[in-house]
Every structure is written in C-alpha cells, then in structure tokens.
Ligand binder design. Sequence first.
Ligand code: NDP
Length: 277
Amino acid sequence: MSTVYLLGHPVAHSLSPLMQNAAFAALGLGHRYETRDVTPEELPATVERLRTDRAVLGANVTVPHKEAVMRLVRSHDGEATRVGAANTISKQGGDGPDGATLQGWNTDGAGFAEALREAAISVAGKRVLVLGAGGAARAIVPVLVRGLAQVTVANRDRARAEQLARTFPTAGGAWRPEVVDWLPSWSVAGADLVVNATSLGLRDEDPLAGVPLPSRLVVVDLIPTRQDTPLLTRARAAGCEVLNGLPMLLHQAALAFSIWTDRPAPLAVMRRAIGIG
Ligand code: NDP
C-alpha cells in the first residue's frame, strides 16, 4: 500500500481525497490519498522526503506551490513546461542508491478541455474573457486558443496578464490573447463566455461584482466547490448557461490517477464521490 499526498497551503477544504480514495478503493488498490498542509518554506524538504520514501506513490500539488514545485522535480511533461506549473508528481525508479526521480505534470488544461467537451460548450470562434493570470489561467488559456477562441485576459496585476499573452506567438497561426484592464466591465458586454480563473469566489467574493451579466453569456467558474459561487448564483439568476469547477476538478484528477497507477480512472465512482454523479 502506498500514499499519495496533496501538497497545498491551505489544503483542508479539498475534495480531492474523496475522489482519489474512492477511486483507489473501487479498483482494490489499497493506496490512500492524504492532504498535507505545507508552507512554501517547507516545500523543498517535503518534496525530497516524497522522493526518498518508498511508501509514497506520488503527489498532487495545489495553491500556492504549483510553480515552485517545477524547480524541485527532475523533469516535466510538455504541458507543465508550457504552463510553468505542475499539479501532479510521479516517481520513477527508486531501487538504486540515489532513490526515485520525480516528474512534474500539468493535468489542469486537459481537465478543463474535457469539462467543456462534456458540457457541450464549444469555444471555436467565441469571444472568451478569462479573469485571472495565475496558474489556472495559464493552463486553460492555451486550451481556449487551441480551440480557436478569441481570448481576452484581465488580471488585477496587468503585467502578469501581459506575460501570459506573450507566451503565444503572433506568427504561425496561434492568436495572441488580448489584455485588458481589471475590472473589465465593458469586456463582459462583448464576451460570449467568461471564465473565472481567479481565486475570488472561495470566500464568497464575486470577481464581477456590480457588472451586469447578459443572459446569452456562458459563465464558467473554476472554483471547485459544490455550492454555487456568488458569480454563478448571479449568472443563473440572469439566465446564463453555467459550469462550475467540479467537472474540471474531476477530469484533472482522473488524469493524475492514471499517471500514478497506469490504469484508467473509475470516472463514475469519482464523480459520485464529489456529488456530481
Ligand atoms: P494563483 O494563486 O496562481 O492565481 C490567483 C489569481 O487570482 C491571480 O490571477 C490573482 O491576481 C487573482 N486574484 C487573487 N485575489 C484577487 C483579488 N482580490 N482581486 C482580483 N484578483 C485576485 O492561483 P491558481 O491560478 O492556481 O488558482 C486560481 C483558482 O482556480 C483557485 O480558486 C483554484 O481553486 C482554481 N482552480 C480550479 C481547478 C479545478 O480543477 N476546478 C484547477 C486549478 C485551479 P493577481 O495576479 O493580480 O494576484
């Protein structure tokens, strides 16, 4: 039996243990998934302990460690390299004197793409306003650009949004996202779809407080909670189509499960564990 840790700060509120422990049990694997609250100062030593502890199968990484962990693993998959952040760690080897090597992965973008696909939300040709330029935004904007959306990014720290936009070439077919000032009230009026990729909503905040939401708008909030965030409550009341962060949470978790176990994730079991089955 091995353990998978979720490293974050704070981390106690996470729904990931419910999903992953249900998945391990359903496949009779006997592993367990535990949260571990780790401060930024503790992260390097914690990751090194994961590497050397043979009873550890791997890890998930969440706010605020997804970027810092990139420097603590030996290699990254292409998506983690592109995004500059990892949400999953796997281990290779470990029988030799040097112990295992760690690989970082980013399954957030693929989880987001699958959540959109499942909800039949098409982004091709749509004007999509992304709120935020942190790790989550950096994972989903490439998915939107690859899906041929016209992307606008607004972030409180505008320089961070500009940095994100610069990661897209202007030549060679990829559209570079446009950057607008925070708070982008006029951009909402011109958008077909809004994605909240800020952390506003976890504690009852509305990133678009005071901004009218037209009923034709599709509103996606990445905050992975069972209860509607204030933004989704308002969007529903305005007649908008809405999608919360749970389907993305499910699909990024399913991909991580397969990375650790080399098996397809029992999606229906994981879905039921977080109440969306
Ligand atoms: P980061 O810490 O990397 O980024 C946080 C973002 O929120 C930044 O854009 C930041 O802006 C913005 N922000 C924070 N506070 C404020 C504020 N008071 N006003 C305006 N903007 C603010 O976090 P992540 O990108 O990793 O995560 C963001 C959210 O996405 C989290 O809530 C997380 O739970 C969720 N998420 C959901 C997933 C899912 O599977 N559903 C997967 C990954 C993330 P600034 O740059 O100006 O500080």
